[in-house]
Ligand binder design. Structure first.
Ligand code: AP5
Length: 230
């Protein structure tokens, strides 16, 4: 993109903290694709693609992670598509240290670097409330909340009018497992990125607009540190 630097961002944070909600707003505001590995995998399973068949065996509906090499290949392929030329936002990747190392290597090969990592954090009681009220559209993937982001018509998607559902991995046993796996495999990335000077903490306790205000200030500060590409 002439005259402006490419923006490359990562959203980190526990399941249910509000990463996807902020990712959609960032994508619109900065006109870059938001790439959610979780959404990519759910779509692949739904469409029955080769990736979907592999992912299905990994028990993601039980909160288990997809093996690193599969995730890394999927992200490498997706980020090489033309819509990623102006930059992109990764939501839910990297989730392990080997994934983070691969992302650094991938970007280095292209002479690029991450602008920053936004760590979306909310207290556990808030996260549990966000899970229990979340409803999603099985057709277009849009996300609602019974209390904080209700659809215009109860139980119906505003965009495609399909019936909203609870995500299968939002039941309380799977949520417990997802939070456990997050603490074990993904939380160490906070120190990884803090040590690289790339971590920016976002307090996601407020409503989505208030949180987005903080997100934009942080991204603007990160962009100001980046030299424009002519
Ligand atoms: P993924 O889909 O990425 O799930 P997740 O990280 O667990 O995150 P969620 O989508 O559950 O939550 P979110 O933080 O996006 O919250 P949201 O904005 O929806 O991954 C699913 C699975 O795929 C993983 O468990 C794993 O198995 C696999 N996978 C994916 N990536 C992988 C990788 N890199 N490596 C290996 N495996 C991988 O918000 C939640 C609710 O709260 C919504 O209802 C929303 O409306 C509401 N809400 C949001 N913000 C606010 C707010 N500020 N105030 C009030 N309500 C709010």
């Amino acid at each position: 993109m002439r005259g402006s630097a490419r923006i490359i961002l990562v959203l980190l944070g526990p399941p249910g903290a509000g990463k996807g909600t902020q990712a959609s707003r960032i994508a619109v505001h900065y006109d870059i694709p938001a790439i959610s590995t979780g959404a990519m995998f759910r779509e692949a399973v739904q469409r029955g693609t080769r990736l979907g068949r592999i992912v299905q065996k990994c028990r993601i509906d039980q909160g288990e992670y997809v093996p690193d090499e599969i995730v890394i290949d999927a992200v490498r392929e997706r980020t090489s598509e033309p819509d990623c030329i102006p930059g992109f936002l990764l939501d839910g990747f990297p989730r392990t240290i080997p994934q983070a190392d691969s992302l650094n290597a991938m970007l280095e090969q292209q002479g690029q670097a991450l602008n920053g990592v936004l760590d979306i954090e909310a207290p556990i009681n808030e996260i549990i409330g966000r899970f229990s009220g979340r409803r999603v559209c099985p057709v277009d993937g849009s996300t609602y909340h019974l209390v904080t982001q209700p659809p215009q018509q109860p139980g119906i998607c505003d965009i495609c009018h399909s019936k909203l559902i609870m995500r299968p991995d939002d039941n309380s046993d799977v949520v417990r497992r997802r939070l456990e796996v997050y603490e074990q495999k993904t939380a160490p990335l906070r120190d990884y990125y803090r040590n690289l000077g790339q971590l920016r903490e976002i307090d996601a306790t407020g409503d989505p607009e208030t949180v987005f205000g903080q997100v934009v200030s942080v991204i603007e500060a990160l962009k100001a540190q980046t030299t424009p590409v002519l």
